[in-house]
Design a binder for this molecule. Structure first.
Ligand code: TXA
Ligand code: MG
Length: 323
């Protein structure tokens, strides 16, 4: 299949492809999404094929207005309405009871549906032009780091999907926070762009994300069962203030990323020093992909405090470092 590349001012043709049951990748404020008509089972099936995604991992549906949530969800509890009011459009995905008409292919057999309104003009305009709820997981091959640039999408999916919208690099670079609001108290299933601290201003009893509780109860966070975010190079999480000499075998090609420089920079082929944790999050997946394309063996990623976006960043680093 020849993949069409669209510029961001040319969304009508891309929306037509979505309405025709084809796949189109598009930028959001978090990561690029791989979109399909959520109401068309065959289109949704194409997502799983193109990504090589296990069918037990459900998809997030994107809508352009909060009121469109009722196109996919059968009811919206009061706490969800308050979260929508404060965080939409934005990097918060809510898990709600699903409408009967929504295929269980989208939800991987669950009776709940994940939905969000992205905070990105191109994503919103595309969804609005298509006039449909758009199912969109991250636009990477399954198991690889999420794509935060259109070039990364093309690297993984050119030839496998109908279109790519060539927007700018994503602002957050880490995926949305997923919150289950079908339970009381509501529960974070995946840390992401919306921080626990800010969510708790609206939902004070929100249960924080815990990797252990998720593994005990996998049906509640199916995506977390699978390998994720892994570059080819080995990833280790390090303390930048400590010497890294002992952790790097000789003759290993090694890159570094963090918010402060490493104590021994000569050990590294490339050193990426970010201005703050937010920029670190925005650059991480691109750093993984660039390092892989240069054939680097080891990636030293400096740890950050687990507050704000730091929780999501540390979650991605831990997953990437699991062998
Ligand atoms: O920022 C994002 O969320 C991006 C952009 C494109 O919106 N999308 C994204 O999708 O990261 P994906 O498929 O890579 O991750 C979706 C996550 C998975 O962990 C999945 O298991 C979870 O959401 N999820 C989806 N539906 C669910 C449901 N009904 N119940 C529990 N978890 C669900
Ligand atoms: Mg993903």
């Amino acid at each position: 299949m020849k993949t069409r590349h669209f510029c961001v001012t040319d969304l009508i043709g891309a929306a037509d492809l979505l309405r025709a049951g084809e796949l189109v990748a598009f930028p959001t404020e978090t990561v690029y999404g791989l979109g399909a008509n959520a109401l068309d089972e065959l289109a949704v099936q194409k997502i799983f094929l193109a990504k090589g995604r296990p069918s037990d991992n459900p998809l997030i549906v994107h809508v352009s207005e909060a009121t469109d949530v009722y196109k996919v969800a059968s009811s919206v509890p009061p706490i969800a309405k308050e979260l929508m009011e404060r965080f939409w459009p934005g990097p918060l995905t809510l898990v709600l009871p699903k409408r009967n008409e929504i295929s269980t292919l989208v939800t991987a057999g669950l009776d709940t549906i994940a939905v969000r309104v992205p905070n990105h003009a191109v994503a919103l305009e595309l969804v609005r032009l298509a006039g449909l709820p758009i199912a969109a997981p991250s636009a990477n091959r399954s198991g690889k780091p999420s794509a935060t640039t259109w070039q990364a999408v093309a690297e993984d999916l050119d030839g496998l999907i109908a279109g790519i919208i060539c927007g700018e690099a994503c602002q957050w670079g880490l995926e949305s926070t997923v919150v289950d609001v079908t339970c009381n108290p509501p529960r974070v299933l995946r840390p992401g762009g919306a921080s626990l601290e800010s969510l708790r201003e609206v939902a004070p009893n929100l249960v924080p994300y815990s990797p252990n509780s998720n593994s005990k109860d996998p049906s509640n966070s199916p995506g977390l069962r699978h390998k994720h975010y892994q570059p080819k190079a080995k990833v280790i999480v390090v303390d930048s203030s400590q010497s890294l000499v002992d952790q790097i075998p000789t003759a290993t090609r090694c890159n570094y990323i963090g918010v402060s420089p490493p104590s021994d920079p000569t050990l590294f082929a490339t050193v990426v020093v970010c201005e703050d944790v937010q920029q670190y999050g925005a650059k991480l997946f691109d750093f993984f992909r660039n390092s892989d394309s240069c054939g680097v063996d080891l990636l030293c990623c400096s740890s950050v405090p687990e507050i704000g976006i730091g929780v999501a960043l540390m979650d991605r680093l831990r997953r990437a470092s699991q062998s």
